[in-house]
Design a protein around this ligand. Structure first.
Ligand code: HXC
Length: 298
């Protein structure tokens, strides 16, 4: 990210303590960097301690401040509880970004139950477990906080060829709307961002392996391009930082109007692929999955 394009004054987020799930890589890392740069204490979690430590080191070298990596698989509620206990020993969180995700393109008829669960356990269940664990502590202690979930525009019109992800993120969209109302009285607010295409390594390897699926989106987008990380970071800070706390229960798309123009899904790029092409995709995606898995420490 071009950090000079952050819109906010230094120190804006001083006193905030924010957990970004999946904050070691991709969009999570970018948001973590923005929060850190603006003075927040940042906690990131993921399944690869090495990656988390590397990110924490790189970002503190760049901006100073405090960022701590926690190895935690959010599919495991006990692991979440242990991590949040550790964080709470030094004080409460003031914000959570439900960013961790898993996804891969597949014809739905090719999915196994395990394949569906691999994605929905991270996105749908895992994000709820984190929200529940942190939310209960905040309610008990009478503290205000902001929750932000990273969705996609598919929550509005579905996601062909990424059905487990689209279903799971749609569930989080409804969680955002529901808890904004139910927990608003406790001073807890819930918003979401529905990004269009912001290419990251993890995403590209699973949603457009070999360049398929994603790139044509740039040409189709009304603004002729994909998103830039500072644009996402600026919106995340707006929703998580002080000054606009009355925004509650909203899902804001940031996609250059791609969703309005062409629906934002991968349908057009993937609908004509044949068995052989899907087989090649699957092999590439599984290669990436295996490589990532080898780096996991939990
Ligand atoms: C069919 C597949 C598959 C594929 C995996 N599986 N890849 N099935 N096609 N391409 C199946 C496996 O065969 C297995 O089922 C089951 O899924 C679990 O596979 P594992 O590799 O053991 O899963 P696991 O180690 O738990 O990894 C979870 C994961 C992985 C979701 C599969 O991709 C992951 O950890 N991803 C994290 C990073 C990520 O995905 N980032 C992209 C996010 S992009 P069987 O039946 O064989 O046992 C995003 C939105 C982008 O979220 C929005 C853009 C607009």
């Amino acid at each position: 990210m071009d950090i000079t394009k952050l819109m906010y004054r230094d120190g804006l987020m001083k006193g905030e303590r924010i957990l970004v799930t999946g904050g070691g890589t991709g969009l999570g890392r970018e948001m973590a960097e923005a929060f850190l740069k603006l003075g927040a204490e940042v906690h990131i979690c993921g399944r690869r301690q090495g990656k988390l430590d590397e990110t924490a080191r790189e970002l503190t070298d760049r901006h100073g401040g405090k960022i701590i990596g926690h190895a935690c698989d959010i599919r495991d509620p006990e692991a979440i509880s242990t991590m949040v206990d550790t964080i709470w020993q030094h004080g409460p969180l003031t914000g959570v970004v439900n960013n961790a995700a898993g996804n891969f393109i597949s014809r739905t008829e090719d999915l196994s139950v395990n394949g569906f669960n691999a994605i929905s356990d991270i996105v749908f269940r895992g994000s709820f477990y984190v929200t529940l664990d942190v939310g209960k502590r905040l309610i008990e202690e009478g503290r205000k906080a902001s929750f932000l979930s990273i969705l996609t525009t598919w929550v509005r019109n579905g996601g062909p060829f990424v059905v487990p992800s689209a279903m799971s993120k749609a569930g989080l969209n409804v969680m955002t709307q529901s808890l904004a109302v139910e927990w608003g009285r406790y001073g807890l607010r819930f918003n979401a961002i529905a990004p269009g295409l912001f290419p990251t390594d993890g995403m590209s390897a699973r949603l457009s392996p070999g360049g398929r699926g994603g790139n044509s989106h740039d040409d189709m987008n009304p603004m002729g391009r994909h998103g830039e990380m500072h644009e996402l970071a600026n919106l995340a800070v707006f929703l998580m930082g002080p000054g606009a706390e009355w925004i509650n229960g909203e899902t804001i798309a940031i996609d250059g109007a791609g969703y309005k123009a062409h629906g934002g899904s991968f349908y057009g790029a993937l609908k004509d692929m044949d068995d052989e092409q899907w087989e090649a995709m699957r092999a590439m995606i599984k290669g990436t999955n295996a490589k990532d898995k080898a780096e996991r420490t939990i």
